[in-house]
Write a protein that binds this ligand. Structure first.
Ligand SMILES: [Zn+2]
Length: 250
């Protein structure tokens, strides 16, 4: 039973009680509260309302996991990979299947250089949160196949576009054999902002076991590189080591 089930049962009980007592104001308040909670649950992975959203790794070591969404992007990913290789930092890339199909060489490079590949749907549609289970399974399996064909590995992790979720996301992920991943800290790096501001926001949420959300797709390469360089320097200053998601979750 998920937290959503518990809240739905509680809301049904309170709503029914209000109806029995003839208190329509209380009934309306229960319905409104339920809808507000469900709405926040869709947008906030950390609430784990609809299923086991993983937003944090093991805190036993001073490690964090850098995760990059929306690539591979030929405009920014190659320069990021050069930087990560020079800094000897492994990362995790939540790839869009359509980009993988378009960039098989770049996808293979992730694995050659020690990074972990993960699934971020095939089309990254803004309507993903309205998809049925069947369509979600198709989005996930197409991406699994694209990654397997390009890089010879099968991802174990999935992150929904924009982190939006509902019960169907967890049903589909379970059917495909994927664990659903959120994040601990993010810097809103895709929105117009400076590297300093992005890194400051991220560092506010960093703690041992943190999963850090960044993007290597649809982002200017110079801002991405400046952000990652600054972030790596600040993390080192604080004694953090960067590891892959599969390492931080064990
Ligand atoms: Zn995305």
């Amino acid at each position: 039973m998920t937290r959503f089930h518990v809240i739905a049962i509680l809301a049904a009980f309170l709503g029914a009680t209000a109806v029995v007592l003839g208190n329509l104001t209380a009934f309306a308040l229960v319905v409104a509260a339920f809808l507000i909670i469900a709405g926040f649950g869709v947008a906030l992975p950390q609430w784990r309302l609809f299923g086991p959203f993983i937003c944090q790794g093991t805190a036993s070591k001073r490690c964090v996991a850098l995760t990059f969404d929306d690539g591979p992007d030929p405009r920014s990913t190659p320069a990021l990979l050069d930087l990560l290789r020079a800094e000897r930092v492994p990362a995790t890339f939540f790839c869009i299947g359509r980009n993988v199909t378009a960039q098989p060489e770049l996808t293979a490079r992730f694995v050659r250089e020690g990074h972990l590949l993960a699934n971020h749907t095939y089309s990254h549609s803004n309507a993903t949160n309205f998809f049925g289970v069947e369509k979600l399974v198709e989005e996930m399996t197409r991406t699994q196949s694209a990654i397997r064909d390009a890089a010879g590995v099968t991802p174990a992790f999935f992150r929904p576009p924009m982190g939006l979720s509902n019960p169907r996301v967890f049903k589909a992920a379970t059917a495909v054999g994927l664990r659903v991943i959120g994040w601990t800290a993010r810097g809103f790096d895709t929105q117009c902002s400076t590297p300093h501001r992005i890194v400051r926001r991220i560092l506010r949420g960093v703690e041992p076991g943190a999963i850090i959300l960044l993007h290597d797709g649809k982002i200017p390469a110079d801002r991405l590189l400046a952000t990652v360089k600054l972030l790596l320097a600040k993390l080192r200053e604080r004694g953090y080591e960067c590891v892959r998601l599969d390492t931080i979750l064990t």
